[in-house]
Design a protein around this ligand. Structure first.
Ligand code: ZN
Length: 412
């Protein structure tokens, strides 16, 4: 989940502005649910893993919200927490590639700069996902030829993907000509624009995390294992939140602003400790990780209509003055959903929030467990204790949060 900036939206601060930071830093699913999910996930693990994870359970709990902090340090972070599935048609979104590189290649835009420094599209879209070289590029020897998807993908992987973290993705005209066996005499440059990431990459990122954690186990790097495990739990938890899979992530498209934190923060805060059951059984091996992660977000997405529809209904039924109440948070008075209103919302959804939290706990444990199995089940008893002192990276993260500048789109 994501937190800081949008958190303050549904909560109208009535106190002194000096108290703003305290409220803004109290993230929704964040401090409560993220920590709870990482913590409980430890107890789903087999004995060979518990020996290490339980020893470090405080670290895994405390650092469950690091990925949200990292959104202040790099613009690449924000898209990892959500994916606007509904912009890709109807479930199960068959035209949306399940592989990250495929999706990135398909949803990027490709441009060509001619000798007059005009920017022109390099390709036009054809049937069956094929791209065609633009007819206007008449100098191109094979103008109008179809570019099979595999050819584009190979080009994308070899020449574009390594630039993913660069600000601009550029391709040398000569390199492009060589790749496609043609000459581009009037080419002044080729560049590619990422049109996928801004709409979220969460399910793709889960796959990447599994791989990274696997290698940390292979390297037997205790510190890395813990850091990646804490992060992984965060993203898995985010994937279980319906509104992390929709363009209407905060009800902003349907006049329901603030519903994001209502669902993922207010409800667990009010009801989880007393009424949710967090004993979820054992982690299991994920046979097909990519399908498994996609199933999580698709399932989350299937709840979006209920999450929004039920709240909309209740807003009509409840008198406006019984929907929002003033409440003390520390020494700050905040405006938030009244308990009765929250209870009615929770009741109408049945056990949805609890079920998603429980599923997130099992999935987090299973993701950690699967990475360990894929790494060949290394003996974790011999791992060095990584120590509790904060490292440089952590200090930089905290410094970035203090700067208060969120990089990329907030998704809550
Ligand atoms: Zn998040």
């Amino acid at each position: 989940m994501n937190l800081y900036p949008r958190t303050v939206l549904p909560i109208l601060l009535l106190g002194a502005t000096g108290a703003l930071l305290a409220t803004a830093l109290a993230p929704p699913w964040g401090f409560y649910a993220h920590r709870k999910i990482n913590r409980q996930a430890v107890f789903t693990l087999p004995p060979e893993m518990i020996v290490f994870y339980k020893k470090n359970i405080e670290y895994l709990t405390e650092h469950a919200v690091d990925p949200d902090m990292r959104r202040y340090a790099t613009r690449h972070e924000a898209p990892r927490h959500f994916m606007d599935l509904d912009r890709y048609g109807e479930p199960p979104f068959p035209t949306l590639p399940r592989h990250w590189a495929d999706a990135l290649a398909q949803f990027s835009e490709y441009y060509f700069i001619n000798e007059k420094n005009d920017t022109l599209p390099l390709f036009k879209r054809g049937p069956e996902g094929h791209l065609y070289l633009e007819d206007s590029l008449v100098f191109f020897e094979k103008t109008g030829q179809s570019l099979p998807y595999d050819t584009l993908l190979a080009f994308f992987k070899s020449d574009i993907l390594p630039q993913y973290y660069e600000d601009n993705w550029v391709v040398d005209c000569g390199v492009f000509s060589a790749r496609f066996g043609s000459v581009l005499p009037r080419c002044n440059g080729i560049f590619v624009v990422d049109k996928l990431s801004e709409h979220g990459i969460l399910p793709y990122h889960l796959n990447k995390m599994l791989n990274s954690l696997k290698y940390a186990f292979i390297e037997q790097d205790a510190k890395k294992i813990l850091r990646l495990s804490a992060d992984f739990g965060h993203y898995v938890a985010d994937a279980h939140v319906p509104l992390h899979t929709s363009q209407n992530y905060n009800g902003q498209l349907s006049g329901q602003d603030g519903i994001h934190a209502f669902w993922e923060t207010r409800l667990p805060e009010l009801f989880a400790e007393d009424t949710y059951d967090f004993w979820v059984g054992k982690a299991s091996l994920i046979e097909k990780p990519q399908d498994y992660f996609w199933d999580i977000v698709l399932k989350s997405h299937s709840y979006v209509d209920s999450v929004l529809g039920i709240e909309k209904d209740l807003r009509r039924q409840f008198p406006p003055d019984r929907q929002f109440c003033n409440e003390m948070r520390g020494d700050v008075l905040v405006k938030t959903q009244c308990e009765d209103f929250a209870k009615a919302y929770s009741d109408r959804m049945g056990s949805m929030v609890e079920d998603r939290m429980r599923a997130a706990i099992v999935a987090t444990g299973s993701a950690w467990y699967t990475a360990w199995v894929l790494a060949g089940q290394p003996d974790l008893r011999s791992l060095a204790n990584p120590g509790s002192e904060e490292d440089e990276e952590q200090k930089e993260l905290e410094q970035a949060v203090k700067s208060g500048k969120l990089l990329g789109r907030p998704h809550e």
